[in-house]
Design a protein. Structure first.
Length: 376
């Protein structure tokens, strides 16, 4: 029986053969890529790859080896495709992306919409990005804000998409999927919640607390200490403050910002009631134009994959191969398709970067319904 050292020596010899064959295979794949560039042929041939996987599986014995050889060839063919995508991009076959690079947003002449009412965190985020003198108006819902920029009554909308403690704003992902609007910037706002009531009201008077669902979640520890309080969700923290003012009921209070309390003439009954002191919300700036800033460094995309094992892994490999850092991934149900999901991915890069162009070329070929949501 061979010793361990002898067996390892045999493996080294086999590995040398494999690496030599791999190099030869990639050289041939490069020639195939050159042919496809000249002939205008697609890189990804699903039927041929499916037949190839069945063929290689038929040449080995045992279920373990059959599955293993198929996984190996899936990777080999994936690397071949990536090489050929790069060749197509270098040959100019990506085509011009329908996004126009701009030096800056025209903030001075812009009209901006935010969701909520005077004193909303969205208003604070808008002013943080566009300045306090920005020409703005507010609407009641996220959908109305998206409709305002789609129809042109506003140039930009400032909308929350993620909170550091409560997580993603799922409705925003659904609306980005539904509307043909695009992200052009983002701004991050620290969130400090207070409990506000009518002047003269005391904590012991409170029976009902109004706020946005996410704000109620972010202050759950404080609120749970008052088990007799009824918690009611409304569309916005500032709207909650406005309701308390309008109802003139001392048993009501709102979870809102100190600014919203001041705007609506409420007294702060308890300050800094966040569960987590480090609480931030990421807001996106959205427009109906396909533009991106020259110094943009993050890209958001949306895509679907086939409902098969390994399909998502195959798509994400395009980021790995092109050395692109993926910073976020979210999934949402696909409308009308039970138990199927679309994916939202954020990754670092600019649409002018060669690595980004390579990745997008591969994603366009292999993912379903790829949409670039913005570069910002």
């Amino acid at each position: 029986m061979a010793t361990l050292e002898e067996l390892r020596a045999q493996l080294d010899q086999i590995d040398d053969q494999i690496t030599d064959l791999y190099q030869k295979r990639m050289d041939v794949c490069e020639q195939v890529g050159e042919y496809k560039v000249k002939a205008g042929r697609k890189v990804y041939d699903r039927q041929r790859e499916k037949a190839k996987l069945a063929d290689v599986a038929s040449k080995v014995t045992g279920e373990f080896n059959k599955k293993g050889i198929q996984q190996l060839y899936e990777q080999l063919m994936s690397m071949s495709r990536k090489l050929q995508y790069r060749q197509l991009v270098e040959a100019g076959a990506l085509g011009r992306l329908p996004f126009i690079q701009v030096d800056s947003l025209d903030a001075e002449n812009a009209r901006v919409v935010f969701q909520g009412t005077e004193g909303a965190y969205s208003q604070a985020a808008m002013q943080q990005y566009f300045g306090k003198d920005v020409n703005s108006f507010h609407v009641r819902t996220f959908r109305e804000a998206m409709e305002a920029i789609e129809e042109g009554s506003a140039d930009y909308a400032v909308l929350p998409i993620e909170n550091s403690t409560a997580g993603p704003v799922n409705e925003m992902y659904d609306l980005l999927d539904e509307f043909e609007n695009f992200i052009v910037a983002e701004t991050i706002l620290p969130i400090v919640h207070t409990l506000a009531g009518l002047p003269g009201a005391k904590l012991e008077d409170i029976r009902t607390v109004y706020s946005k669902t996410e704000a109620l979640m972010q202050t759950s520890r404080f609120l749970d200490d008052h088990s007799n309080w009824q918690k009611i969700s409304v569309v916005n923290t500032a709207i909650a403050a406005k309701k308390v003012l309008e109802d003139q009921d001392k048993t009501q209070a709102a979870v809102c910002s100190a600014y919203a309390a001041k705007v609506h003439g409420l007294s702060i009954l308890a300050d800094k009631i966040n569960d987590e002191p480090e609480n931030f919300t990421r807001f996106i700036v959205v427009t109906n134009q396909k533009i991106f800033l020259k110094n943009a460094s993050k890209i958001s995309i949306r895509f679907e994959v086939s409902h098969t094992s390994g399909s998502l892994y195959g798509i994400l490999s395009h980021f790995i191969y092109n050395d692109l850092n993926m910073t976020k991934i979210e999934s949402r149900p696909v409308e009308g398709k039970s138990w199927e999901y679309c994916f939202f991915v954020d990754f670092e890069g600019n649409l002018e970067d060669p690595a980004v162009k390579n990745a997008i070329r591969g994603l366009r070929e292999e993912a379903r319904n790829l949409n670039i949501l913005g570069n910002y």
